[in-house]
Design a protein around this ligand. Structure first.
Ligand code: ZN
Ligand code: ZN
Ligand code: ZN
Length: 247
């Protein structure tokens, strides 16, 4: 369903971002006990031979210093037997432990638009460059070298880029909600139907008044007030009637 709307937004050049519903997120576990240099391709094929469908196997690194960790993230297709992965206690001759993968609690900054709280995969906002604020991704910028005194595209101050954690507009983990509102991007998109910073999963939630998608996304936005909900409902009405016309 959210995919239809995503297409609709693309066609009509509305800006949006998507939070992928929990049931469509990949199944992820962490393998421990394989040491630092286990061949991830081998791990993949061993597990596939046991009836799992591994889509990805990578060794994890420490976030701060990029040091390799003896842990392996394994992403699997949600086949009926997928939970059996927790019972795997050996890979070849090595004894292993399998644990649920928990993403680090951290602020996601979108690679495409440099907004916070979503990733580039579900991003339908215009790209926005960290270096020059142009409508392109940072890695496509004509400025290739490091900018000496960059101007922050979020707070406007000189001396850091918007990915700098010390930026006053950079969301704080504890007070994500308030900061999210502050980090609304300064784009003025006259055609934007969907409120910035409100994901589709939340839109559906406010409309149906019952959990439908990722429960986490609602707790991230506890401060949506009634006025906003009404606005969202109105927006939704527009979207749905337009969708009906399309079909
Ligand atoms: Zn984005
Ligand atoms: Zn640029
Ligand atoms: Zn800043």
């Amino acid at each position: 369903m959210y995919k239809n709307i995503q297409e609709f937004c693309k066609e009509n050049e509305y800006e949006y971002h998507v939070i992928i519903p929990k049931n469509e997120r990949p199944f992820r576990v962490v393998f421990k006990g394989l040491g630092l240099e286990y061949d991830t391709e081998k791990l993949k094929s061993i597990l596939n031979n046991q009836g799992f469908q591994v889509t990805k196997a990578i060794r994890l690194t420490q976030q701060r210093n990029r040091q390799p960790l003896p842990f392996y993230l394994v992403e699997l297709v949600k086949t009926p037997n997928v939970e059996e992965i927790y019972k795997v206690n050996r890979i070849g001759i090595l004894k292993t432990e399998v644990e649920e993968f928990r993403a680090r609690k951290q602020i996601t900054q979108c690679f495409n638009c440099n907004g916070f709280g979503h990733s580039a995969t579900g991003c339908g906002y215009r790209p926005r460059c960290l270096k020059c604020e142009g409508a392109h991704r940072t890695n496509q910028c004509t400025i290739k070298e490091r900018v000496e005194n960059p101007k922050c595209i979020n707070c406007g101050k000189i001396g850091h880029v918007a990915a700098y954690r010390g930026c006053e507009k950079f969301p704080k983990l504890e007070k994500t909600q308030q900061n999210k509102i502050n980090t609304l991007r300064p784009f003025s998109s006259t055609r934007s139907v969907i409120k910035e910073n409100v994901s589709f999963s939340q839109l559906f939630k406010t409309q149906k008044q019952q959990p439908m998608a990722a429960p986490t996304s609602v707790s991230e936005f506890p401060n949506i007030n009634n006025q906003e909900i009404t606005a969202i409902k109105n927006d939704l009405t527009v979207i749905f009637s337009t969708l009906r016309e399309i079909q």
